[in-house]
Design a protein around this ligand. Structure first.
Ligand code: MLT
Length: 410
């Protein structure tokens, strides 16, 4: 008799964004005529940069002849992409990395979800609350979460509350965890930490033998000075942190799928005998066993983003979305809503007016204004009473959403 992983039965029926998609589909059945503006899931709307399209065409043609055809590539990624990543994303910021510390993948969602494979189920996990649901759900699947409480939190997870009182800036936890997930700039609140604030976390991790899983998927949206683009800008971070990056939001690769994870060789965790073990070797072992590398043509497209033209095209894409963020932020503030984020991140975090719950606000927004957001409580108990809008919509849709919101009597 085959037994299921019972942890899955403890999870809510669907993943947050699947649940929202279901609700929107039901709405569309009842109101087929409604023009729904989707500012829920953080999916991009602009087409791929021209350099990526050219590289895809060229690489596809290479696949058509025996001389240039590629089969299995290196599980860790092709050197042409790894070298470009190191040169532009790290050396340009004074960080040196060896090529075998960078692992190209099909995106940060997979890597942040899969990283638990190399960590014992006995680790105590800490997350900021609210948080990207993948971190918590995959730790439930990996038997590290304990039991689900009534408010949706998990008994073995340490929650670090981020709320209006602390300006959504996480404070060091009072219970010492073994592993901490940090997503900065933050999804969903849009918070970014200055170098000094992030240094506090790195020092805490060094002093307490804690592993930081640093999700920097939104790094390209940082606008303010002194906000680190990589955790390795902080001295000592290579000893305590794994960093995840993605081309999804940086270059519109949500459908193409490519990202990378940095596992420094000096980063160590412990075995049960209390001996230090390098995580780089374990992640390499995991990837070689379970992953056959991101597609060649996709890696060529990612490489092209680092060309001078590619960098200009990406910048203009990010400016486009950040203009949406500014429009949302300023206009929603002007009608008296409490709005956070949208400065170093493409997310706007809104306090639901009149004490509405997240889901009530979501429903009313959908049914009365035909706008899709993401209920804050879907990101954790502290998100209750909030809703997230993304800046990844088309400019005209964003403007129309603002128009619908500013003329709304809630
Ligand atoms: C989000 O909306 O939070 C993101 O699109 C989810 C993701 O990147 O997987």
């Amino acid at each position: 008799m085959a037994l299921v992983n019972g942890q899955f039965l403890k999870l809510s029926e669907s993943y947050l964004f699947s649940e929202i998609a279901k609700k929107v589909n039901s709405f569309k059945v009842i109101h087929p005529e409604a023009k729904v503006i989707r500012l829920g899931i953080g999916d991009v709307t602009l087409p791929l940069p021209a350099v990526a399209i050219d590289a895809l065409h060229k690489a596809t043609d290479e696949m058509a002849t025996a001389e240039t055809f590629r089969g299995y590539g290196p599980e860790q990624g092709y050197r042409f992409l790894i070298d470009a990543i190191i040169k532009h994303d790290y050396e340009a910021r004074g960080i040196s990395l060896d090529p075998d510390e960078v692992f190209v993948s099909d995106g940060a969602k997979s890597d942040t979800g899969n990283i638990g494979d190399i960590l014992s189920k006995d680790n105590r996990i800490a997350v900021t609350d609210p948080v990207y649901p993948v971190y918590v759900d995959t730790n439930v699947m990996g038997c590290r979460a304990g039991e689900r409480r009534e408010n949706g939190s998990w008994s073995n997870i340490v929650y670090i509350p981020c709320n209006a009182e602390n300006g959504f800036v996480p404070e060091l936890p009072t219970i010492r965890p073994d592993v901490i997930y940090l997503c900065l700039p933050n999804n969903p609140t849009g918070t970014a930490l200055k170098k000094q604030e992030l240094k506090k976390w790195v020092d805490y991790a060094i002093d307490n033998d804690i592993l930081i899983l640093f999700d920097a998927a939104y790094e390209a949206y940082i606008r303010e000075n002194n906000v680190p683009h990589s955790i390795y800008e902080i001295k000592g971070a290579k000893r305590v942190a794994i960093e995840f990056k993605s081309f999804s939001k940086t270059a519109g690769f949500t459908g193409l799928r490519c990202g990378y994870t940095v596992v420094p060789k000096e980063l160590k965790a412990f075995n049960f005998a209390g001996e230090k073990v390098g995580l780089n070797r374990l992640w390499n072992r995991r990837q070689c066993t379970k992953f056959n590398g991101a597609p060649y043509i996709v890696q060529r497209a990612a490489e092209a983003l680092y060309s001078p033209e590619g960098r200009v095209q990406i910048k203009s894409m990010i400016n486009y979305y950040m203009n949406n963020a500014t429009l949302l932020r300023e206009n929603l503030k002007s009608i008296g809503l409490s709005v956070f984020g949208g400065v170093n991140a493409p997310y706007i975090w809104i306090k639901a007016p009149n004490g509405l719950t997240s889901w009530k606000f979501f429903d009313r927004l959908l049914y009365e204004r035909h706008i899709v957001g993401t209920p804050g409580v879907g990101f954790g108990p502290e998100g209750e009473g909030y809703l997230r809008l993304t800046a990844f919509g088309k400019l005209e849709d964003t403007k129309e959403a603002i128009e619908r919101l500013t003329t709304w009597i809630i």
